[in-house]
Write a protein that binds this ligand. Structure first.
Ligand code: ADP
Length: 606
């Protein structure tokens, strides 16, 4: 793309125009038809008007008294005026349709992008290329889809605007037609060169720009504001900003200089070509090849054609340039489509399970050099509370995500009784599972929306879920209750502490009527009393449901029916609390460590 020349550009345009046309048609067929039809018909009236002008000139330049010549020219003039009026009406209708089309196309393209980004497999977001492609498609591709459609129509309009005088010239005299082309080439060359320079600069700067966005978030957003001050990061961040901004500015100035040069050369050459065309016209006139009236009409036609040509080339330039970004958008849509998990059989998931098994599952994150899980087997019986424990990075979260069907293992299977999760319709499966992630999202929505999470609203259930999670007191204190907006960036919005957010997130887990509930570190930010209460409620709330619980608080997993201890992506041991303590393995070590920390702390403090 970066090495594109005029030829490549011209070759690429039809494909671009087709893709843009398809998009416009899907967004709104009627407006697309009016925009195209109006422009094409307007072109027809342009040619017609020019030919009629030639007749008018022929009448005016004929021999005889001036009043007679003017009178003879009147019918021709009426035709010229009628053609101009019709052309005006058609162009106005086409422009109106084009203006309506723009927001519709952009919306259509953006929605398609979000349809894809919300459907692709989760691992796609761990993939650097996918992420970059998504950013380019979202930030530049989407806004440029509308430009591509708009400029495609403008290029077609321009082509008709050029073809009409060209045909008129050809009808006046075949030799006149190539003259129009001569005036067009220099401007075309300059336009393509400048477009390419801009795109190259965009590419060179894309990493720098991302860093600048990141820095701007760090310096201007609310969340890091306290740490920027606490760590006196101001000078460091501003210094980084200057470094990136200097680089960006240097590239931009360099592009501006080279673009100005190319444009000046293009203008100069256009001037030379125009002079050559007029000389040629004079020569034809002198040689008696064309009469004066035809030469007059030809000058008009060339000027009309040249004006259309300049706009057409400018639009081709814009189309080519936005087409590059649009190409990014199309490429990303294709890439994302390949990352949509296949639903080979679209088998509906079973209502529930009597046994959930992970059988020798292994999983490596894309781009990671070590597997996160190696040959892990685990069993969860219906109605059990099963705890996953282990040190940081031992693979607990990954295993939980595999059990929830969010990731699929590279080898091994996760089964609900006999059904392999890899063959089950993913969305339908996740309807039956509730995952409260450790890094749960703080949705900038109301409390109610934060708990209900798009499910049908049931007030009674909502109040129960909030109470079970210990979120009821938090909500009472908010003043607006369930209608309180949980985002300080909006007027009247509220902010919650980490622990308060964690209660809201836990309420989500209780609200969702799921067969399997996964809590990943649900108490990490809770105070001791709240933690104890939450574990107690999880246990009581569990009946009928199966709970997979990840936690570091070993004192709180004593009640679990079974405990899996993970170590470096493998199951080190499993059993009940009593069995594991008795076996004196890793669990017993970790448990002793935590217990002794509590027992020794007061003595050490003394
Ligand atoms: P735990 O929950 O026990 O702390 P995780 O399951 O989160 O552990 O992580 C297991 C391993 O996988 C760790 O080595 C971690 O660095 C790695 N890991 C986790 N998430 C990703 C990711 N998105 N991409 C690459 N590696 C990851």
């Amino acid at each position: 793309m970066l090495a594109t020349g005029l030829g490549t550009m011209v070759r690429r345009l039809p494909a671009l125009a087709m893709a843009a046309g398809g998009l416009a048609w899907r967004a709104n067929p009627r407006d697309t038809a009016i925009a195209l039809g109006g422009n094409l018909l307007a072109g027809f009236f342009t040619a017609f008007g020019l030919l009629a002008t030639s007749d008018v000139l022929a009448s005016l330049f004929a021999a005889g008294p001036t009043p007679d010549r003017v009178r003879d020219a009147v019918p021709g003039l009426v035709v010229v005026m009628a053609a101009a009026a019709l052309r005006g009406v058609l162009l106005a209708a086409a422009r109106w349709a084009q203006a309506r089309l723009k927001p519709q196309v952009e919306r259509h393209a953006e929605r398609r992008l979000f349809e894809l980004t919300t459907r692709v497999e989760l691992t796609a977001f761990d993939d650097h290329d996918f992420h970059n492609g998504m950013r380019r498609a979202r930030d530049n591709g989407v806004p440029d889809t509308a430009t591509v459609v708009e400029t495609t129509i403008s290029v077609l309009t321009g082509a008709v605007g050029v073809a009409a005088p060209a045909v008129a010239l050809g009808l006046l005299h075949p030799l006149l037609m190539p003259l129009l082309l001569v005036t067009a080439l220099p401007a075309g060359w300059a336009a393509v060169r400048t477009a390419r320079m801009r795109y190259q600069a965009f590419y060179r700067l894309s990493a720098a720009r991302r860093r600048k966005f990141m820095l701007s978030d760090l310096m201007a957003e609310r969340q890091p504001a306290a740490e920027v001050r606490a760590f006196t990061l101001r000078e460091f961040l501003l210094g980084e900003y200057d470094r990136v901004a200097d680089l960006e500015q240097d590239v931009q100035l360099d592009v501006a200089r080279r673009q100005a040069g190319a444009e000046a050369a293009g203008d100069l050459l256009t001037g030379v070509a125009t002079a050559a065309v007029y000389c040629a016209l004079g020569g034809l006139l002198a040689a008696g090849v064309i009469p004066l009236a035809v030469a007059g009409a030809a000058v008009l036609a060339i000027r009309t054609g040249q004006a259309s040509l300049t706009t057409m080339i400018q639009n081709m330039n814009r189309l080519y340039e936005s087409g590059l970004y649009f190409g990014d958008y199309l490429a990303f849509c294709d890439l994302a489509a390949t990352r949509i998990p296949p639903s080979p059989t679209a088998v509906a998931p079973p209502e529930g399970f009597t046994r959930l098994t992970a059988d020798r599952v292994s999983f490596t994150y894309p781009g990671a050099d070590r597997p996160a899980l190696t040959e892990v087997s685990a069993t969860v019986e219906r109605g059990e509370v099963v705890a996953l424990v282990g040190e940081n990075g031992s693979g607990k979260t990954t295993l939980a995500k595999l059990l929830a069907g969010l990731y699929h293992p590279d080898s091994g299977t996760v089964r609900w009784d006999g059904a392999d999760l890899a063959t089950i319709d993913g969305d339908a499966l996740r309807e039956r599972i509730s995952v409260i992630a450790q890094d749960h999202t703080r949705w900038p929505l109301t409390v109610r929306e934060n708990i209900v999470m798009g499910r049908p609203l049931d007030e009674e259930r909502l109040v129960h879920a909030a109470a079970a999670a210990g979120a009821d007191r938090v909500i009472d204190e908010l003043g607006q209750g369930y209608d309180a907006l949980l985002d300080r960036r909006f007027r009247g919005g509220h902010d919650l502490s980490g622990g308060q957010w964690q209660r809201i997130a836990a309420a989500r887990g209780f609200y969702r009527d799921a067969t399997l509930v996964i809590f990943d570190e649900p108490t990490s930010a809770l105070d001791a009393r709240a933690e104890h209460a939450l574990f107690d409620r999880i246990r009581r709330h569990a009946h009928g449901r199966t709970v997979v619980l990840i936690t570091h608080r070993l004192a709180s997993v004593r009640f679990a029916d079974r405990i899996y201890v993970l170590d470096h992506g493998r199951v080190a041991e499993h059993g009940t609390h009593t069995e594991l303590l008795a076996s004196g393995g890793l669990y017993a070590d970790l448990y002793e460590l935590q217990a002794s920390a509590y027992q020794n702390a007061p003595q050490e403090a003394l």
